[in-house]
Design a protein around this ligand. Structure first.
Ligand code: AMP
Length: 517
């Protein structure tokens, strides 16, 4: 099945209903959305000589054209590669090259960076800026018929930061995305054509995935002008668009719950807030429930099983009289309808309830594998189960609580940062002998990046600005350490492996001494 059939269908069913909105303004009704995607699909194929299965990347901040590009790519039977638009040019270049993208649809903010890659990186032949004259020409092409796509054909290459520092492309098929969408209806919410989905978080990640069930049901997709989470703007958009849902990282929910613009606003049009992607701490959650009422649903997932492993439903959030209500709020909920979830030991044996081990998942939503990385695929999918790298335990009722991440992933402001990629940058500096990067709990960002540095002997000790500059040369700004600590040595085990847990404990002890609550 071709996912673009949803757009085509609503183009007939409700031609004049709003499909895409730019803030309060309607950007396209369904008829226009359907015509533009069908046109651009053909335009992309004919202009650049593309065939079904070829990859087209999207490097764009949130805007209505993002959805046009995504569905045009699918209409033509091509594979979308949505790239986090906040990445550094070199990181974008890696993904474009690794995915073998032939074209990038981008926006004017990223136009120069992307254009500089054309002809020099992989098989990239063109950058198309949207909105823009070339995009208008493509969308105005005489439409082609929907391309035939099978359930197992790739639809979305979801690039996640890898533990090795290089991102891996989780290959999401049509079946994966359809299952994720149906599972939304089964476990999170029902959606109607009178509803709206607000994209306040990047469309290249969870927000984009959760946009799909809304498109399937003909709800309006609303993109805020700020492209992010802004209390005043959300409060205004709530007055304009009924039945509104949005996806946000826990840190964003916490920020909104403390924002006067939101606490003073009429929230009757707010339907559901889906949060997830990182741990949500109890105090913040109780506060959010007071402000938003029973409109919160939590999801736990990862790109490899597109945001679908477990969920804590709106009903669970609202069930204050349950004896284990607080305990449940600290969990990530129960297994989603379309998956089996287990907790296993190091030899992949299922552990009894209550015991802590790695979370593994099986079902039709789980990725086909990592794009062009058979070894990493075999490792992640060994025994037919996706190994998440997350560590947790089930209670007797089937609620899963995450304890830690077996990978060293840092999640700051909802963005994933793997320490290794920052460490590699720091080690490029001649004044750095050793570096270890970890996350420190942070009330605003969830976690903040802290770098422990051992200075090289015989050269001048590096300055903070100097280290910052080294990082910014090739990694995104949000990955740069918020704090540098200069130390004589790093704690290591017998094999010389740095014991990050000790560094984490050190920061945690300091934190609790500073704030005894
Ligand atoms: P990504 O593939 O970028 O979405 O990152 C997925 C990772 O985010 C998971 O493997 C978890 O470590 C973490 N994560 C996702 N959802 C939750 C949640 N609800 N609570 C805690 N951690 C989460």
């Amino acid at each position: 099945m071709n996912l673009a059939v949803w757009v085509e269908r609503h183009g007939r069913l409700q031609p004049y209903g709003p499909a895409l909105a730019d803030g309060e303004r309607v950007h396209a009704d369904w008829r226009t959305f359907a015509a533009r995607t069908a046109g651009a699909g053909r335009g992309l194929r004919d202009t650049f000589g593309l065939a079904p299965g070829d990859r087209v990347a999207i490097v764009m901040r949130n805007r209505p054209e993002y959805l046009e590009a995504l569905f045009a790519i699918w209409h033509a039977g091509l594979v979308a590669v949505p790239v986090n638009s906040r990445l550094h040019r070199d990181e974008i270049a890696y993904i474009v090259e690794h995915s073998g993208s032939a074209v990038v649809v981008t926006d004017v903010e990223h136009g120069d960076d992307v254009e500089s890659l054309v002809g020099t990186v992989g098989s990239l032949q063109a950058a198309v800026i949207a909105p823009g004259e070339r995009w208008d020409r493509l969308t105005a092409t005489a439409p082609a018929k929907l391309a035939d796509r099978q359930a197992h054909d790739p639809a979305w290459l979801f690039y996640t930061s890898g533990t090795t520092g290089r991102p891996k492309g989780a290959t999401l098929t049509n079946r994966n995305l359809i299952m994720a969408s149906l599972s939304y209806f089964a476990d999170i919410d029902h959606v109607t054509a009178q509803d709206s989905i607000l994209h306040a978080a990047p469309l290249s990640h969870g927000s984009g995935l959760y946009g799909l069930p809304h498109i399937a049901r003909g709800a309006v997709t609303v993109v805020p002008h700020s492209g992010g989470v802004d209390g005043e703007e959300i409060a205004a958009l709530l007055q304009r668009w009924p039945g509104m849902s949005f996806f946000a990282a826990p840190t964003m929910i916490k920020r909104l719950a403390g924002d006067r613009a939101i606490t003073d606003a009429d929230l009757s049009n707010l339907k559901t807030i889906i949060y997830g992607g990182a741990p949500m701490y109890l105090t913040g959650l109780e506060e959010a429930l007071t402000i938003f009422g029973p409109r919160l649903a939590q999801i736990y997932g990862q790109g490899e099983t597109p945001m679908t492993i477990t969920a804590l439903s709106k009903a669970d959030h609202a069930d204050r009289d349950h004896p284990r209500w607080r305990e449940r709020l600290q969990s990530v909920g129960i297994a989603r309808t379309d998956v089996e979830v287990r907790v296993v030991d190091d030899d992949d044996r299922e552990l009894p309830l209550g015991e802590i081990g790695e979370v593994v998942v099986r079902g039709d939503v789980v990725m086909a594998g990592y794009w062009n990385q058979p070894d990493a695929t075999a490792e992640a999918l060994r025994g037919g189960w996706l190994h998440t790298g997350d560590v947790g335990s089930f209670d007797t009722d089937g609620y899963l609580t995450l304890r830690d991440r077996s990978k060293d992933l840092i999640i700051s402001g909802g963005m994933n940062i793997y320490p290794r990629e920052v460490e590699e940058e720091l080690l490029r500096h001649p004044g750095v002998r050793a570096a270890a990067v970890i996350g420190r709990p942070d009330s605003e960002w969830g976690e903040a990046v802290v770098a422990f540095i051992v200075a090289a002997e015989g050269v001048a000790a590096p300055g903070v600005e100097d280290l910052d500059r080294t990082c910014l040369e090739s990694i995104a700004r949000f990955k740069r350490p918020k704090e540098y600590r200069f130390v004589e040595t790093l704690p290591t085990n017998n094999y010389g492996k740095v014991l990050k847990r000790e560094l984490r404990d050190q920061l945690r002890t300091e934190g609790s001494e500073a704030d005894p609550t």
